[in-house]
Design a protein around this ligand. Structure first.
Ligand SMILES: N#CCCn1cc(-c2nc(Nc3ccc(C4CCNCC4)cc3)nc3c2CCN3)cn1
Length: 346
């Protein structure tokens, strides 16, 4: 499709970006599925000696025209972002023959925050959670300065680069707020993550930096609940609403309970069975005491319980102010996070 190729050649030229040749892109494994895309781990190996770099490659599942347009917008968005706390764009791989083009991004080895927290809940501390919170907040401040509204801020879309660095990913729903307005009104709802939505997004499909702040509060709740899936926002909200509601009425019921001031409950501090993890679960009861004695003798102690400090829950509650204007900005949230980090230092 010539005009499509000229679009991609122009984009690459404009961005001085790497053009990835399909024949050197070696599939390794599937990493995940998004709304209408799939992400694979590939090695880009032009020398053919397995020394090439690992990259995450996203392609469309369905070649529906509307998805193609959204995908092109996603590529435009991510290729314009340059921030330490946002997943890096590497380039595109387009095969002239086939319809689908592919988005090449940096590969983050530890996967989504959800899988990372499930694996590391025994060793993650409140300080570490606050560090991740601060990095996500800085990424959102950067996006807001470019008038981008993410619209899908959730733990599933935060990727873990290392034990000390997380990044915002998946710009498939991201929109630009027009200069003459404070919000973006969406027409099609599609697969809406409504349990992360602010009330005005549920009732009027309005999305703004302030609705991103609401979702940031829900993401905080996930993080301080160790991203446990049996306590995730959808599960807790459905429990309050009553599980037998049809999909279409769901948004209306969620809006009503939020209007009546119901909010997600403070994450119960649930320090997991830390010692068992440290000792290793395969020890018999009788030997347990001995092993526990040994590790204590080696000066191992329970890490500070990563319970949800009151200041953090109050931060969530501020993000969940019903009236969007009264919600804090991401820069104000940064100050609150810094002050919580101070408490953790003392
Ligand atoms: N569309 C869409 C859906 C969103 N999505 C984004 C990615 C993604 N994953 C990674 N890395 C990654 C992912 C999973 C694992 C493991 C986790 C444990 N179980 C086995 C797999 C490891 C590392 N790096 C990326 C990306 C995008 C940019 N860089 C995957 N899905």
């Amino acid at each position: 499709v010539p005009e499509r190729d000229s679009f991609w050649r122009a984009l690459c030229k404009q961005q001085q970006q790497e053009v990835y040749e399909e024949r050197h892109l070696k599939f390794i494994s599937s990493l995940g599925k998004g709304n209408f895309g799939r992400v694979d781990l590939c090695r880009y190996d032009p020398l053919g000696d397995n020394t090439g770099e690992m990259v995450a490659v996203k392609q469309l599942q369905s070649n529906k025209q509307s998805n193609m347009a959204d995908f092109q917008r996603e590529i435009q968005t991510i290729s314009s972002l340059h921030c330490d706390y946002i997943v890096k764009y590497r380039g595109i791989c387009y095969s002239a023959g086939r319809l689908s083009m592919r988005l090449v991004m940096e590969f983050l080895p530890f996967g989504s925050l959800i899988s990372y927290m499930e694996k590391n809940k025994h060793i993650i501390t409140t300080r570490k959670m606050l560090l991740f919170t601060s990095q996500i907040c800085k990424g959102m401040e950067y996006l807001q300065n470019l008038r981008y509204v993410h619209r899908d801020l959730a733990a599933r879309n935060i990727l873990v680069s290392s034990d000390t660095l997380v990044k915002i990913a998946d710009f498939g729903l991201t929109k630009i707020v027009p200069l003459n307005k404070e919000y973006y009104r969406v027409t099609q709802s599609g697969e809406s993550p409504i349990f992360w939505y602010a009330p005005e997004s549920l009732s009027e499909y309005k999305f703004s930096h302030k609705s991103d702040v609401w979702s940031f509060g829900v993401l905080l709740h996930e993080l301080f609940s160790y991203c446990e899936q049996n306590r995730n926002p959808k599960r807790l909200s459905l429990h309050r609403i009553g599980g037998d509601i049809q999909g279409t009425m769901m948004a209306a019921h969620l809006f009503n309970i939020l209007k009546e001031n119901w909010r997600l409950p403070a994450p119960a501090m649930c320090p997991p069975k830390l010692s068992l993890h440290r000792i290793g679960g395969d020890i018999q009861g009788t030997m347990m005491a001995a092993h526990l004695f040994n590790i204590l003798k080696e000066n191992w102690r329970l890490p500070a319980p990563a319970m949800c400090p009151p200041k953090v829950y109050s931060m969530m509650m501020q993000c969940w102010t019903f009236n969007s204007e009264d919600r804090p900005t991401f820069s104000h949230l940064q100050d609150l996070i810094e002050s919580s980090l101070q408490d953790e230092r003392e």
